[in-house]
Design a protein around this ligand. Structure first.
Ligand SMILES: Cc1ncc(COP(=O)(O)O)c(C=O)c1O
Length: 394
């Protein structure tokens, strides 16, 4: 069988299982309302990570354009060979301040940050103890490491404690967790994690991709929400969600850690830097976050309204305090059907099924955005009610 025939057979199996994903096509900027190739007229977006509504903010667009003028496309090389732009140093200082750490280092994505960080700091003789529901990039980062790897039950502190007991004597020990779990929308018990990790002499690696800009009164993330700012050893995050939405990621931690990663983290050594345009837009996003804390307050209020509105209409969204509101519908094909019906009503929300989430727990993941208007929220709730009744969900 040729390679293409073999790949086609696999794709056919996915199609048969109802797990084949179809891409939707957005024909303008990401906002609460977009235009799409698949649907005439405006469509309300409820499944973007554009939590603060900054993806098409005029100041972010202008900052990106100005950086293109100032720096051109890039240095056409990796940082240690052809230098680093001043905008990288500025965004790294801003991200360190936001994260309550001494320093930060940017990567082209949080995926690259996680997979560039973990194997660099954890090797033979070390141990990684990781939450079972961690994001795929943390999982792949752990898999790429030569350290001993253990998985603890989701947010289960007794199990974390027990797993840490079994790695006594390891040179470096890390507890690895998401801040906000992306498919459940629940929050890691960071206060307890810090306590348990400390008891075992372990360092905490926190991926706060869905927490930064969202959690805490100032949007500084899950550490702010849990009252442990300054107590997390290593924080990773993305610039591709609340902080702009293009791409980009970072690791924040001690000066020593950042210096070490600059020396040995493979994506730093063998891959180009974050584009200057994105660094400049993200810099503006951090400035707006600091300048307009009311955005975060509005995001929290909107999430609450969405969750309560859904409950009042008979849906059973998972409880939580993040901006992620999942509704479990069970079957993958059904989740895809519901998503299609909602698109028919003018709502863009993706259905997630196996293998992204465990079999039988397919879901629609609603994500709030700080710039949703009251009228848009009313429209969303009315559309959910209409589709929910039509499909017999409520
Ligand atoms: C928790 C978490 N970590 C990392 C990433 C990867 O982020 P990026 O798009 O910057 O690679 C994501 C994106 O989905 C995420 O949800």
């Amino acid at each position: 069988m040729s390679l293409d025939d073999s790949l086609r057979a696999d794709l056919g199996a996915m199609e048969k299982a109802g797990t084949l994903k179809t891409f939707r096509h957005i024909t303008g900027p990401m906002d609460t309302q977009v235009t799409m190739a698949e649907k005439s007229g405006p469509v309300l977006v409820l499944s973007s990570n554009n939590y603060l509504g900054l993806a098409d903010h005029p100041e972010l667009v202008a900052a990106g354009q100005a950086a293109l003028e100032e720096f051109g496309a890039g240095t056409a090389s990796v940082r240690f060979i052809c230098g680093t732009f001043s905008i990288h140093e500025r965004i790294e200082a801003a991200l360190a301040k936001l994260s309550h750490t001494e320093a930060a280092l940017t990567y082209v994505s949080c995926w690259t940050a996680n997979t560039g960080l973990i194997p660099a700091v954890a090797g033979e003789g070390d141990a990684l103890v990781s939450d079972e529901l961690n994001h795929a990039s943390l999982i792949d980062g752990c898999r790429a490491s030569k350290a001993r790897r253990l998985v603890y039950k989701h947010a289960d502190m007794a199990d974390l404690d027990a797993k840490l007991d079994t790695v006594k004597g390891a040179r470096r020990i890390f507890v690895v967790t998401d801040g906000v779990f992306s498919m459940e929308g629940d929050i890691a018990p960071l206060g307890d994690i810090v306590t348990v990790a400390k008891k075992h002499g372990a360092s905490v690696i926190l991926d706060d991709s869905h927490g930064t800009g969202v959690m805490g009164r100032h949007g500084r993330g899950t550490a702010e929400h849990c009252g442990v700012e300054g107590k997390i050893d290593i924080i990773t995050g993305t610039l591709g969600k609340a902080l702009g939405g293009a791409a980009g990621g970072y690791v924040a931690g001690s000066k020593t850690l950042i210096e070490y990663l600059s020396q040995v983290s493979r994506p730093q050594l063998f891959s180009n830097a974050l584009p200057a345009t994105i660094a400049a837009s993200a810099m503006k996003a951090v400035e707006i976050l600091e300048r307009e804390p009311e955005r975060v307050a509005r995001l929290h209020a909107i999430t609450k309204r969405l969750r309560e509105g859904l409950k009042a209409r008979g849906f059973k969204p998972l409880d939580g305090e993040s901006a992620i509101v999942p509704i479990i519908v069970g079957d993958t094909a059904f989740a895809i059907r519901m998503s299609k019906e909602l698109l028919g009503e003018g709502i863009f929300i993706t259905g997630f099924g196996y293998p992204v989430v465990p079999e039988g727990t397919a879901r629609l993941r609603i994500q709030a955005c700080a710039t949703l208007t009251d009228a848009q929220i009313d429209f969303a709730l009315a559309s959910f009610e209409k589709v929910g009744k039509r499909l017999g969900v409520i």
